[in-house]
Design a protein around this ligand. Structure first.
Ligand code: ATP
Ligand code: MG
Length: 419
């Protein structure tokens, strides 16, 4: 008999993992909320065209990582591989350019990419992302980078490194790409076949190559940072100065290329030395051309996305927050319907009073129930006997008192107020 398993490259989030994710979500909400970012959630899938136009035809994502399907009506849809294009689509669709700018949004969602699964690389994974749409200044970029660093710090990501670069504007990039493509064609004998095949499609990717010989050749390649127009260079200087002022250390990496086509000017990536080969914990950049490319008004924007699984991996074993159990309701007289009813009612009423309460549901004997309550870390156990006697056991103090049913909840509430 074949057993059913989660699809390759996907995973189940079990309660202990869910608890760690919930903590991360709380950090994200606090850090981004305090900076004026509002939560957004877009659909799990979008028209394929959005990603083709928004992410870029020449990118790995669009060329080989998209899960696309026919929606049944002849329209091609794609499970979202990233969040920026959908957020920009929503910004345009809801006329957010009429709101005071910048519009600041954040998300925590799952994304889908048809990749070769390995540690830290999945086919369904989660990202926390932030986008500031409608602001062109370097302060926005610096703010976004600092917020991202704050999130990593709160999450406990170890051995964090920031790499920073600027891509200039689309025009500078166009000229530079020609210069770079000419350099690559002139040095084809020092490049891998894969890089050669991509020279005219996306020469920047040559900097990304794993091939040793290609890396050697790229060491003497022209560098975009040296070709920035004066206003782009000034913008970048200011981003750096603001990060310096905030005490954030970074490394300039003129060969930094990220897998998305829409970036212009500031570009960054965070890595963690605590991770293996998949060391990127997140990245971001300025994407001033994207909204217009998607049919909106010309709008500057900047944003980032951080990988949830990689953040958790890079944080290492963190204590799992456990839920408090205020009350465990044990049934001493298991064959008494009255005792069963009284226990059921007590657990419900305790929850309505704001306590966390669990009722014995597995038919254990009294000894087993007390052991289970102890395992749960219950603060009190109400033992229901027959007829209608309740013994309330304070698990910490170890003392047990006989009390009236209606006194149980007030007693525990009083106890928790003291604690
Ligand atoms: P990589 O170089 O690792 O493929 P990327 O450049 O494709 O990353 P982005 O699209 O910038 O990644 O996504 C931002 C972050 O999301 C990454 O830095 C990483 O932490 C996380 N991430 C990306 N793809 C995956 C994946 N398949 N599984 C898990 N996390 C991922
Ligand atoms: Mg990738």
């Amino acid at each position: 008999m074949s057993s059913l398993q989660a699809p390759r490259g996907t995973f189940d989030v079990l309660p202990a993992d869910a608890a760690r994710r919930a903590v991360l979500e709380t950090h994200a909400r606090r850090i981004l909320g305090a900076a004026g970012y509002g939560r957004i959630e877009t659909p799990t899938y979008e028209a394929t065209e959005l990603f083709a136009r928004g992410v870029g035809e020449a990118t790995d994502i669009v060329q080989k990582e998209m899960y696309s399907f026919d929606d049944g009506g002849g329209r091609s849809m794609t499970l979202r591989p990233e969040g920026t294009a959908p957020v920009c689509r929503a910004y345009i669709e809801h006329g957010m350019h009429k709101q005071p700018q910048p519009v600041k949004l954040w998300y925590l969602s799952s994304f889908f990419r048809a990749e070769a699964p390995q540690k830290g690389r999945y086919r369904q994974f989660w990202q926390v992302g932030a986008e500031a749409i409608g602001a062109a200044g370097p302060e926005t970029d610096a703010e976004l980078i600092i917020l991202m660093a704050d999130l990593y710090r709160a999450a406990g990501v170890r051995d964090l490194h920031l790499r920073l670069s600027s891509l200039g504007t689309a025009e500078t990039r166009r000229e530079y790409r020609e210069e770079l493509a000419a350099y690559l064609h002139a040095h084809e004998d020092g490049l891998s076949p894969e890089v050669i095949s991509r020279i005219d499609l996306n020469p920047m990717r040559a900097f990304d190559a794993d091939d040793r010989r290609t890396q050697e050749t790229m060491r003497s390649a022209p560098i975009l940072l040296d070709r920035l127009a004066p206003e782009d260079a000034e913008h970048f200087e200011r981003v750096k100065a603001l990060l310096d002022e905030a005490g954030l250390t970074y490394q300039l990496d003129p060969a930094l290329v990220r897998g998305l086509d829409y970036y212009a000017r500031t570009l960054w990536e965070f890595t963690s030395g605590a991770l293996g080969a998949q060391s990127a914990v997140g990245g971001g950049g300025r994407y001033d051309g994207l909204i217009e490319q998607l049919g909106g008004p010309p709008t500057p924007a900047s944003g980032w996305a951080a990988g949830v699984e990689r953040m958790l991996l890079a944080a290492g074993e963190q204590p799992v927050p456990t839920d408090v159990v205020d009350l465990f309701v044990a049934i001493a007289a298991r064959d008494s319907p009255q005792a069963q009813d009284a226990g059921f009612k007590l657990a419900n009423e305790a929850r309505r009073a704001g306590l966390s309460a669990q009722l014995e549901l597995a038919g254990r004997g009294l000894k087993g129930q007390l052991k289970h309550a102890d395992r749960l870390g219950a603060r009190y156990v109400a033992i229901i006997g027959d007829p209608m006697q309740i013994s309330l056991k304070d698990m910490e103090a170890g003392d047990q008192t006989e009390i009236a049913p209606e006194a149980v909840i007030p007693t525990i509430l009083r106890g928790s107020r003291v604690a």
